[in-house]
Design a protein around this ligand. Sequence first.
Ligand SMILES: [Zn+2]
Ligand SMILES: [Zn+2]
Length: 131
Amino acid sequence: MNQYRNSKQRENILSYIKSVKTHPTANVIYDVMKLDFPNLSMGTVYRNLQILSDQGEITKLDFGSTFDHYDGYTKEHSHFVCTSCQKVYDIQVDFPKREQVQKTTVHQIKGSLIRYYGLCQDCMKKMKGEN
Ligand SMILES: [Zn+2]
Ligand SMILES: [Zn+2]
């Protein structure tokens, strides 16, 4: 029974993360899940997020000083982070394939992390509006 409820919660968390492009934080996920599971605890959310990222269903994006964001789009891609509102956007550009880069080094490459930052479109609009 308990087991069932837990996996149901995990299913909902996963489908929520996969359904949005916003790279939600655990707090946002918790608030959304609360609507369906009023007794849900933050610890359960974290535990499920950990399981899902261990399974490779989602990617945990570590942004150092700010909260971790979770990404349902697990193909290799890059991110743009707004330094004003902290929103995270996907960026699609072609990078050299991992195998190509692997040929250039004796080290074992497991992934890559390319991150862009600056002002997002929304924040630029807001700034223009203030002038
Ligand atoms: Zn912004
Ligand atoms: Zn992403």
